[in-house]
Design a protein around this ligand. Structure first.
Ligand SMILES: [Ca+2]
Length: 517
């Protein structure tokens, strides 16, 4: 019996080696460094043509690898996107449609890679309620975490680390890399909290953007003329819904406790400011323009710290001779409205909300400076990591490996459409539940609780301001999109599992926080 036991690992190693795209043994399998920010829109990265900032370190990654221009989240909010990335499955199959606890006993890419001999780590924002599984080391923010002197939870309990959260997460990532066993490839998920609301930058980056004028997007004053109720009813509008806290207004000194919090939660319709030693009252359009500037200055300052810290990680890989055999990925859990359509936040199936930045540097496999137009979705990430590691993609993963695309090949049967579904209604921003289909040229959205539709021609109307659903000339297109929508819904096994009832929200803490350590 002892002989059989001894043979099993050898047999497994041989299988893995045979399946490896690089042809060698375990030592040749690439390391995977997966860096993900929270709410970082692609149009706030200069490699994606940003009009509002410069991100030299993310650009360095883009120049050294492939930039995906059409990578999308299939449910554009935090916890669902994270569950989808780990499992390769849609929300209705991984059980996380909104902000509910992830069942860590299900298969995940981390568990698969760990079982195949990868040394695995998870550092930063997790936001899935349960303790991470499949990781040799983990250190995660409780819930959303905080920007300054953040607490982290790990297998041994809770600890507070002094510093700014983006710097601290990078420090922990570097520590993981330094301490790792050198005879194994590693898989590290490094998840930044920034630039999620409430957009609190460190002083250095705050000062960089404090007096900068940020260009407004063309749809900041979108009048929603052709749209359904959903966009009018949502409470994620830059002009109407940012609070005094979001805008970093300072409460009167004599306010404390609940009264102070109440003051900060107000969505102001007039603001008094001191400009050049003079008191100035802002209202109406002047206030609107000021709110956009305040929002974007802080958002972009948070992004700049992320960019600096990506640079630190890239430098560390260079200095330690690891750049050549490490795949480095940069993405965000979804996109974000940067005043587009007058909005902040995400949730809607509109382009800037669902589009994820996705930069992949894989020396020897991906051509430097390549641009990929094919449509990728976040259920593809787990299959891609499996494939990179030379492992077969499990049949229950719904995404598809992006490795052929990364190698410059486009399979003839690559997807030409994909399915989206958002459930958090009622939810934080009064954003109506919807599902829809996106093709390379069109998008059809159904707000099922309102029984209202929107259809956009993405070629003629890339900003999505003309809802064509009721246009008589478009009825043939609408009918085709509806057929495709219901075909996809069935294909991804969406039986309306969560259509009418959301599971209880429970991602604020973790079991580790409750352990007395
Ligand atoms: Ca997010």
């Amino acid at each position: 019996m002892a002989g059989v036991k001894n043979q099993l690992p050898l047999f497994w190693t041989t299988l893995v080696a045979l399946a490896s795209p690089l042809g060698g043994g375990a030592a040749d399998r690439p390391n995977i460094l997966y860096i993900m920010s929270d709410d970082h829109a692609a149009h706030a990265i200069s490699a994606y043509g940003s009009r509002v900032n410069q991100t030299p370190n993310l650009d360095r990654l883009a120049k050294g690898g492939m930039r995906f221009d059409n990578c999308f989240a299939v449910n554009s909010i935090c916890s669902p996107s994270r569950a989808t990335i780990l499992t390769g499955k849609y929300s209705h199959l991984n059980g996380v449609p909104t902000f509910n606890r992830f069942d860590g006993s299900q298969p995940t890419v981390a568990r698969h890679l760990q079982a195949a001999g990868y040394y695995t780590g998870m550092i930063g924002k997790w936001h899935l309620g349960s303790d991470p599984t499949g990781f040799d080391q983990w250190s995660v923010l409780p819930g959303q975490g905080v920007y300054f002197d953040p607490a982290f939870l790990g297998p041994d309990g809770r600890r507070v680390i002094k510093g700014y959260v983006t710097d601290v997460i990078t420090d922990l990532a570097i520590k993981f890399l330094e301490d790792r066993p050198k005879d194994k490839p590693f898989f590290l998920m490094c998840h930044h909290k920034a630039p999620h609301r409430s957009w609190e930058p460190d002083e250095k980056h705050r000062a960089m953007f404090a007096s900068r004028h940020i260009p407004e997007p063309s749809t900041l004053r979108d009048d929603y003329a052709t749209r359904t109720d959903a966009i009018r009813e949502c409470r994620q509008k830059v002009f109407e819904d940012l609070t005094r806290y979001d805008l970093k207004l300072v409460p009167p000194a004599d306010l404390t406790g609940p009264a102070r919090n109440q003051w900060l939660s107000v969505k102001p319709t007039e603001v008094e400011l001191e400009v050049g030693g003079k008191q100035q009252k802002l209202t109406g359009e002047a206030l609107n323009a000021w709110k956009y500037q305040r929002y974007m200055q802080d958002y972009l300052a948070c992004v700049q710290s992320v960019d600096d810290n990506v640079g630190r990680l890239l430098d560390w890989l260079d200095q330690n001779g690891l750049s050549k055999n490490t795949v480095v990925i940069y993405t965000s859990d979804q996109g974000f409205f940067l005043g587009d359509h007058g909005l902040y936040d995400k949730r809607f199936m509109y382009e800037v909300s669902i589009r994820m930045p996705f930069l992949v540097r894989w020396p020897g496999a991906t051509k430097p400076g390549a641009v990929q137009e094919a449509m990728a979705i976040n259920p593809d990430f787990a299959p891609t990591f499996m494939d990179m590691a030379g492992l077969p993609v499990p049949a229950d993963m719904q995404g598809r490996s992006l490795v052929p695309l990364l190698k410059g090949e486009r399979p003839a049967d690559w997807r030409t459409s994909w399915y989206y579904r958002y459930y958090h209604d009622p939810g934080d921003h009064n954003t109506r539940a919807h599902y829809g289909v996106r093709t390379a040229t069109h998008k059809l959205i159904y707000f099922w609780k309102k029984d209202q539709w929107e259809m956009f021609d993405l070629v003629k109307d890339p900003d999505e301001v003309h809802n064509l659903y009721n246009d008589p000339a478009q009825q043939e297109v609408v009918a085709k999109l509806k057929t495709e929508l219901y075909r996809l819904k069935k294909e991804v096994k969406d039986d309306d599992q969560f259509a009418n009832e959301q599971p209880p929200h429970d991602v604020g803490g973790q079991p580790a926080a409750r352990r007395k350590k």
